[in-house]
Design a protein around this ligand. Structure first.
Ligand SMILES: Cc1cc2nc3c(=O)[nH]c(=O)nc-3n(C[C@H](O)[C@H](O)[C@H](O)COP(=O)(O)OP(=O)(O)OC[C@H]3O[C@@H](n4cnc5c(N)ncnc54)[C@H](O)[C@@H]3O)c2cc1C
Length: 415
C-alpha cells in the first residue's frame, strides 16, 4: 500500500506516524512545500519571545526520527492531483503515485483587501519565514500595528508587545476575539491588554496602508487617527489550501468536505487538519476549525481509515485556549448558548476572572472562561461526554465555579 500525505504540518505528521503504527509494511511519503523540517506554527510565538530557538518549533526533535519510522519526508509542492491515474504531480515536474492520499495542506493567511497591503513591512505571522522577517523589524522602540484581534492575533499579541515595541491592535468586531469570546470576556481581555500598555481599537477598519520615507508606514483607519508604524502584522483570517484540487471532483466548500471516515467525495482521497471541513461535535454540522487539536483528531482517524480499519469520526469539539499577555482564556463548543438553553455566569472584573456556562437541558454544551484554568478538563469532559448533570445543573446556575465537583460527581455514573 502506498500512502502519500500532502502537507508536513501537525496533521500530516500525526497521520504519517499513525499509518506507520497500523500498517508496518506500507510505504508512507509526506511531501511538504516549506524548506524546514516539519514544525508547529503554534510554537512561533514562543520563538518570538525568545523562550525557544527555531529547533524548538520542530514537531520531532531528532533529525533521524522519520528515517527510523521508515517515513519518507520530501520537499516539494503538489500542483495537481489526477485521481484516474492516482498520482500527485509536483511543481518540479515529478509525480508521486498513491493508493491512498491524504490532503493535509493547512491554510494560508489572508491579507486585508486594502491598498498598501502588499508593501514591504506588512506581514502575516504564519510561517517560520514570516517569523524571521518580523524579527528583523520588531524590537525596542519600534511601532507595530496588529490588524485583527481574533484567535491568532490575540495569540501573537504578546510576542509582538514584548521587547519594548509600542503595539496598537485594530479589530473590526466590537471586542477582542469576537468569534470565540462573548462581550464580557472579550472586553475584559481588552482592558487587560490596555492595562499593559497595548493600545486596542475595536469597531475599526483599516482602509489603506501608505508607504512613508525611512521604511515607515502609515495605517489609515475609517474612524480615527492614522497610526504610524515600522511594522504591520496582519491576522485577519485564513483560507484553506484547496486550489490544487480544482478539476479533481473533490468537493470543497470552505475546506475539503469530509465524511464520517474523513474521506473526501473522491474515493481514496482523505483530508485532515486546517484544510478539512469536518463534522463539528457540538452542532453536528460541518466546519473548518483551524486549530491544532482538531488537526490531530482528524489525522488519527483519517489514518486508521486509510489503512482499511473502520474508525468512525464523532466530530471534533471546538476548543480554544488562549494566553494573552499572561491572561488565560478559553472557549468551548457552543459558548454563545443555544436557543431555550440556560446560562450560569460569574464575573469578577477587578480580578480579571469570568466564567460563563451554557446548558441545553441539563447538559453542558459550551463555556467561556477567563482567569480560571483549573476546570478546563472538567468542562471538556462534561461537554464531550454529554453528561446529564441532574440536580447539579441548579447548583452550577447558582455557582458555576463548582464545575469540577459536578464533573467528579456525575462523570462516574457514566464510567
Ligand atoms: C502563530 C500561530 C499560533 C497558533 N497557535 C495555536 C494555538 O495556540 N492553538 C491551536 O490550536 N492552534 C494554533 N494555531 C493554529 C495551528 O497552527 C493550526 O491549526 C495547525 O498548524 C494546523 O495543522 P495542519 O497540519 O492542518 O496545517 P499546517 O500546519 O498549515 O501544515 C500544512 C503544511 O502543508 C503545506 N502545503 C500547503 N499546500 C501544499 C502543497 N500544495 N504541496 C505541499 N505542501 C503544501 C504548508 O506549507 C504547510 O507546511 C496557531 C497558528 C499560528 C500561525
Amino acid at each position: 500500500m502506498r500512502y502519500v500525505i500532502i502537507g508536513a504540518g501537525p496533521a500530516g505528521v500525526t497521520a504519517g506516524e499513525a499509518l506507520r503504527r497500523v500498517d508496518p509494511e506500507g510505504a508512507v511519503t509526506i511531501v511538504g512545500d516549506e524548506p524546514e523540517p516539519p514544525y508547529s506554527r503554534m510554537a512561533i510565538p514562543y520563538l518570538r519571545t525568545g523562550r525557544i530557538e527555531e529547533q524548538g518549533t520542530y514537531l520531532r526533535k531528532s533529525a533521524e526520527h522519520f528515517e527510523k519510522q521508515a517515513i519518507e519526508v520530501i520537499q516539494g509542492r503538489v500542483v495537481r492531483i489526477v485521481p484516474s491515474s492516482r498520482s500527485a504531480e509536483l511543481e518540479d515536474g515529478g509525480s508521486l503515485s498513491y493508493d491512498r492520499l491524504l490532503v493535509a495542506t493547512g491554510s494560508q493567511p489572508l491579507m486585508p483587501k486594502v491598498p498598501g497591503a502588499d508593501l514591504p513591512g506588512v506581514h502575516p505571522c504564519w510561517t517560520l519565514a514570516d517569523a524571521r522577517e518580523i524579527a528583523g523589524r520588531a524590537g525596542a522602540g519600534r511601532k507595530i500595528v496588529l490588524i485583527g484581534a481574533g484567535f491568532i492575533g490575540s495569540i501573537i499579541l504578546e510576542a509582538l508587545a514584548i521587547r519594548g515595541a509600542a503595539l496598537t491592535v485594530l479589530e473590526m468586531g466590537d471586542r477582542m476575539v469576537p468569534r470565540m469570546m462573548n462581550e464580557q470576556a472579550g472586553n475584559l481581555i481588552r482592558r487587560w491588554c490596555e492595562a499593559r500598555g497595548v493600545e486596542v481599537r475595536v469597531s475599526t477598519q483599516v482602509t489603506e496602508i501608505r508607504d512613508l520615507v525611512d521604511e515607515k508606514l502609515r495605517v489609515i483607519v475609517r474612524d480615527g487617527e492614522p497610526i504610524e508604524a515600522d511594522l504591520v502584522i496582519s491576522a485577519v483570517g485564513v483560507r484553506p489550501n484547496v486550489g490544487f484540487l480544482d478539476g479533481t471532483g473533490v468537493e470543497t466548500r470552505a475546506g475539503v468536505v469530509v465524511d464520517g471516515r474523513l474521506q473526501s467525495s473522491v474515493a481514496d482521497i482523505f483530508a485532515a487538519g486546517d484544510v478539512a471541513e469536518g463534522r463539528d461535535f457540538s452542532t453536528g454540522g460541518y466546519a473548518v476549525h483551524a486549530v491544532q487539536p482538531t488537526a490531530a483528531d482528524h489525522a488519527r482517524i483519517a489514518a486508521l481509515n486509510m489503512a482499511g480499519l473502520s474508525a468512525p469520526f464523532q466530530g471534533s469539539l471546538l476548543m480554544n485556549v488562549l494566553d494573552t499577555l499572561g491572561l488565560i482564556s478559553a472557549s468551548f463548543g457552543q459558548w454563545m448558548g443555544v436557543e431555550g438553553g440556560e446560562t450560569a455566569e460569574l464575573l469578577e472584573p477587578d480580578a480579571y476572572r469570568y466564567l460563563c456556562l451554557q446548558f441545553d437541558g441539563d447538559v453542558l454544551v459550551g463555556a467561556n472562561s477567563l482567569g480560571h484554568t483549573d476546570h478546563i478538563g472538567a468542562v471538556r469532559g462534561l461537554i464531550q461526554g454529554r453528561i446529564s448533570l441532574g440536580g447539579w445543573k441548579d447548583t452550577l446556575l447558582r455557582n458555576p465555579t463548582r464545575i469540577m465537583e459536578a464533573y467528579v460527581a456525575r462523570a462516574k455514573l457514566y464510567a
